[in-house]
Design a binder for this molecule. Structure first.
Ligand SMILES: [Zn+2]
Length: 123
């Protein structure tokens, strides 16, 4: 026999108890660098920044590294091409990787300060 309740718990009592059983939304804030929604006090998983410092190596960074390695391999295979041509190719690849890795970087640097200012002004 399982344990039995000594007294009936009234409708109100049970419902009052269950009133606190609810799902709470996680408190998220915008990353100041890339504007992604992240929990506070953690390094951003999207761009790898905590505050103004780059801390994490993100998945996108890894993808970029892989692409660079592949490009280097492909560039190293055709040896007969002259040296200056190789240099220009490597520079182009670096430029494209920078653009791909940090598309919102220059835009995101200025807005956060402005947003904070506006909030303070509203108060
Ligand atoms: Zn971020």
């Amino acid at each position: 026999m399982a344990a039995q309740p000594k007294k009936k718990i009234s409708r109100v009592r049970g419902r009052t108890r269950r009133a606190h059983n609810k799902i709470v939304l996680p408190k998220l804030s915008n990353c100041p660098k890339c504007r992604a929604l992240i929990p506070p006090h953690i390094a951003c998983p999207e761009c790898g920044f905590y505050g103004s410092k780059k801390i994490l190596i993100t998945k996108t960074d890894k993808h970029i590294d892989q692409k660079l390695k592949e490009e280097k391999k492909t560039a190293s295979k055709p040896k007969p091409s002259p040296k200056p041509a190789k240099d220009t190719k490597s520079q182009e690849s670096q430029d494209s990787s920078l653009r791909a890795g940090d598309p919102k970087g220059p835009e995101a640097t200025s807005p956060p300060a402005g947003g904070r200012d506006t909030k303070e002004n509203k108060k």
